[in-house]
Design a protein around this ligand. Sequence first.
Ligand code: F6R
Length: 589
Amino acid sequence: MCGIFAVVNDKSNQAAQTTLIGLKKLEYRGYDSWGIALIPEKRKKIKVEKHIGKIGQAETKLPNGNIAIGHTRWATHGGVTDRNAHPHLDCKKEIAVIHNGIVENYKVIKSNLSNKGHVFKSETDTEVIAHLIEEKSKKVPIIKAVFDTFNSLVGSNAIVVLDTNTETVLACRNGSPLVAGIGNNQFFLGSDVPAFLKFTNRVHFLHDGEAVVLSKKGVKLYDLKSGNEKMLNAQILDWKMEDAEKGGYQHFLLKEIVEQKNTIPKTAKINKPALKTISEKIRNGYKIVMSACGTAYYCTLAAKYFFAQLGTESETYGSYEYLPFTKFANKKTVFISVSQSGETADTLIAARAAKKQGAYIVAVVNARGSTLERLADSTLSVGAGPEIAVVSTKAFTAQLSTLYLLAHYAINKPEKGISKIYQLGKSLEKWINTKLFTQITKLAATLINNEDLYLIGKHLNYPASLEFALKIKESSYIHSEAFAAGELKHGVITLIQKGTPCFVLSSNDEAKDEVLSSAAELKARGGKIIGISPVKSAEFDFHIKTLDLGDLTFFPNVIVGQLLGYYLGIGRGTDPDKPRNLAKSVTVK
Ligand code: F6R
């Protein structure tokens, strides 16, 4: 939540414009408001520009200068107003602060500072940080004032401080992501790499308890508790600028849906040593427990069926519901945490709890350098590249294909899994085409004015229906609700009236006949039946033909939901890349 960007020694001497470019890449992290603080050429007083709403096509009128910080906000404390937008300043306007996280003890700090005469302009927890640094810097150098201030904050936070006197940017991390970019004589900070990927792919992901100071001379790394300087070993990422660009597509969401024909088969090439290590544990009797939130949770639900089909037992929990069950984790548990960002607060809490019990932690992540990756014993980095749209698509399918592979490794049949995933990639390559898009846009046009859609599926198509429904909700704001087909007669069927759109997800499998019977029951009550299936059926009023790939039909069935959500969103005037009220990484409980 919230996007952070900073540049020092900007080559163009247009640091505000550079910051705006960076913030546009981070808008997926929060789009309630945005703001920039800059040290103008030859002046000591900071200049600030702030606006509510999305950054979109915004331009900045800030003057020239080579050092600036910027922020996109996902509001926590204080409403969505210009005043509450970051950056926030101290009383003398010599220090500007941007922040990602929640300062849990801000009220106490604020009241102490008010008693000392500090005047606050916003309702945010962030503003207290600027004033506390100002107060402390009366007695100690700015670097110590910033570190001491940060160490006194309670909660998960990342802060970036612009100091006019030293012309430096100081940043600290505890719990919220922060990455430094080391360019050619210009230096950057971002919540995520795409923010500065245009300028450099040489990075250092800050760990919790680390700080960096960016000056004209370079980037220095510090340990926050001791204040001592540490060795900075930057790494070069293989990400390319195109990965973070729309590449001719109108939206990142559509680009990322289409990319799945490449990102899914890529998972069969990577992670081989880690898959081997984890699968050996499973074969040695370790019990699999999975945990995740949202889409990633549905990924684990689907994986549970994949494991079961191949004879391996597993459990899964929404991470936010895991704590009552933590006591059952032990040294013989493989605890698989699935998270695109690796920063989801509830997912981290569950993984830490399992680790405390002695479990072996596996992180299935897409973003790089995350907190989850660092706390895990083993990482399956699924390699889908930057996922910019807030709605998760390619990260979800790459995570699931990775777990599909793990299920095969666990029974010592990796080659079978690998070849099926390659085959899936080839089939998707042919199937994701104009014909499919035309069919889905036609379907979207018939559904555009509906406010309620229902979905059913059985076995693997049950988690597929859940994920399908979530994509519709997120992208188009239509209420869509998925049920296990078997639940239908136990209450759900009362919701069906003449013309109610009912999606029936099925595969060419043992559950097909039962799902089609449920479809007939829906149809008998007037339901309009939309079949998402490789096989045509008389019950379907509308049919989107998917791929007949056995258990892997899950993937095309879900991709129809991703695309339908996208086109419904476009038709209803939403922004499919940035659905209202959502943020890409949910770093608060
Ligand atoms: C939906 C979506 C969310 C995330 C959830 C967990 O499209 O993206 O439901 O899946 O917030 O996020 P991660 O995977 O970052 O832990």
